[in-house]
Design a protein around this ligand. Sequence first.
Ligand code: F6P
Length: 484
Amino acid sequence: MDSPLFLDTHFSQINDDQWENLFQLSKDKSIAQKREDLFTGKKVNLSENRPALHTALRNLTKKPVYVDYADVMPMIEDVWQQIDRSCKKFAGVTDIIHIGIGGSDFGPRLVCDALKNSPSSEKNLVKVHFLSNVDSSDLASILAQTNAKSTRIIIVSKAFTTVETLLNAKAVMAWLDAQGIQPTQASKMIFAITANPELAKQFGVLDDHIFPFWDWVGGRFSVWSAVGLPIALKFGFDTFQDFLAGAQAMDQHFLQSPDVLNQPLRLALALYHQQKTLNVKSQAIIPYAQSLNLFPHWLQQLEMESNGKTAGVDGQAVPFSAPVIFGIPGTNAQHSFFQMLHQGPEVIPVDLIAVHESMSDIFQHQTQHQQLWANCLAQSEAFAIGQGDSSNLNNYYPGKRPNNLIVLPRLDAFHLGALMALYEHRTFCLGVLYGLNSFDQPGVDLGKKLAIPIEEALRSDVTDVSKLHPVTAQRIQWFKNPHF
Ligand code: F6P
């Protein structure tokens, strides 16, 4: 099955014999069987005893997918219809405030931003404001731009217990009140997208304003669910479906292509090999497309929350796991940290993501697009081939720096969906290669737990230090009586 994207791994610094060994490794690790388990709803998230069925959310063929012997496709179709109806119902709405964090934010934020200049989705029907940070300046800057009467609020939280999201939601409700919106009217203006509808109802969201998703959808894989509602509201339901269709095309490619042509698998094997043989600790993701500015942010959560772990599926420590993912668009990145990528002592592999068609029709756009491409290709060659010799270290480019080129024909909803699914499957394959469960995130809990007594201490007049670490207790005292 062909991929909608083009992948060139010529500069991955992996020779034919090594590729052969890597494809053998993929067989030894049973990636094909585990991929089948993923798509067919087996409980691949072992610690939480659930499937990870984000692929069902974009199964536009509607072929049944079973969780505990029940086909989930009818529920998914119902939500598609709910989204479609909302697109019509939201006519006249000028602004959406989408409140959510982590997986309930990065995906829809990326898509809304990436497609805003795309000629094929130029509808831009509403302005979507993404409110994630509990820092109230995030809220303040959004509220300053919106008119309460023509705004709708969407609270997005899988658990509906996330402190930042609930605090921001309460603040927005208080703002509606301060704008003279009566409670009955306000309840008509809020919506919730959640796997915990009971808590949404308790918050005051009307039954038919709740868009469900399910515990078998991981937060960081949830953009394909109703979490993607703002994509449909901003660009139309057809565009949202194109986005799903692109991901589905990548799913089919991942499922059906032989290993040697399988793009997610190749990307995962290449990175795993580089980590193992070159002691790689980080990877740069450089989109040569300004519209993909947020892509590295989205990928950071996907890869590092999924695979940044020590515990393997057997409870034993794995030798290595996810690298640090970072990146900003080229050519800007070239004038920032590329010095280190070319000449630093550490090898940092790079994925260069380019778009074949220019995404603007402004005068000179072809010339600028050629310049963008020239830079992308030149950097790729410089990383791989290098220049000079080590007798003059200052002018020496060691080369042999692994990099891949990924190309989208154009930046539209379909190809963006395919790109995001490509990396989701890369993350999945890497998780199998590392030998860990990519679908839980136990490492985020400690900080959340510790924040509870700290927040209480910050709020109260007397600081009860008995439950706090002495350094934290001292910092709290300092916060209450700062001295600069
Ligand atoms: O803190 C981590 C996390 O649980 C992420 O996995 C998730 O995407 C984010 O918080 C938000 O969670 P929720 O959608 O339940 O509010």
